[in-house]
Design a binder for this molecule. Structure first.
Ligand code: F6R
Length: 241
């Protein structure tokens, strides 16, 4: 694991965007694994800026998002599909055909999960996966007590995750209790991983991820076994390292 401690959120976002940009420049047909939430918003802004300045071209890039709430369609403004459209995709020249986000509205979830894995494999695997981290150490929506062997699957969200994500909804009752998420096995098969964290609320999770025992209790701790992980953290998130 390479730990990169930066001054603040802005620096974290710029460094992460630079890593993504160099991946796209080196391999224009890169397969990017993307995350939602507050953490990567600054990175997406920076990538849009680089695109507007003709520094990067997304026309051949393929993307796979980590997760989607179960029961929310792409028109719901709380869905991750909606988030991705508004925070990145509508601002860049990505081909819509190359965008992949789990479909939270399908009847046959098992089929959707199998098809998602198949699409990732057919694309040649994920070249670089961006991750945020939950206060409980989750990555994607792989919650504590995770099965390290799982691929894309339906997950029950942890109480802490529901509480934390309720900030995006009118009330906690509106937060979906299930999601479709890439599994740990899917994430671990990515060629490179960049995990981002900022703020004091993430300090415990980061300390356990980097220095703790590898355990299903802290899903992100498995990243210690990946051969190419960069963790970019601001000073606050790094305060317990
Ligand atoms: C989002 C995702 C989650 C978030 C995590 C942190 O696609 O998979 O694991 O990365 O919950 O969320 P924020 O960035 O909002 O603190």
């Amino acid at each position: 694991m390479r730990i990169i401690i930066v001054e603040n959120y802005e620096e974290m976002s710029k460094k992460a965007a630079a890593m993504m940009a160099s991946q796209i420049i080196l391999k224009p047909e890169s397969v990017l694994g993307l995350a939602t939430g507050d953490t990567p918003l600054g990175m997406y802004k920076e990538l849009i800026r680089m695109y507007n300045e003709n520094m990067i071209d997304f026309s051949k890039v393929k993307t796979f998002n980590l997760d989607e709430y179960y029961g929310l369609g792409k028109d719901s403004n709380q869905s991750y599909n909606y988030y991705m459209t508004n925070n990145l995709f509508k601002h860049i020249n990505i081909d819509k055909e190359n965008i992949n986000i789990p479909n939270g509205m399908v009847k046959n979830i098992e089929e959707e999960c199998i098809s998602y894995e198949k699409r990732i494999k057919e694309a040649g695997g994920i070249d670089i996966q961006v991750l945020g981290i939950g206060v409980n150490g989750h990555i994607g929506f792989n919650e504590p007590d995770v099965n390290f062997e799982a691929e894309t699957h339906l997950v029950n969200l942890d109480e802490k995750t529901i509480e934390s994500n309720s900030r995006f909804f009118k009330c906690i009752e509106e937060v979906p209790t299930k999601a479709i998420s890439m599994g740990i096995k899917t994430i671990m098969h990515s060629k490179k991983i960049v995990l981002l964290a900022n703020g004091a609320s993430k300090a415990d999770a980061i300390a356990k991820t980097v220095n703790g025992k590898i355990s299903p209790e802290v899903p992100a701790s498995i990243l210690q076994l990946h051969q190419d992980v960069a963790i970019i953290v601001d000073k606050e998130a790094a305060s317990k390292l």
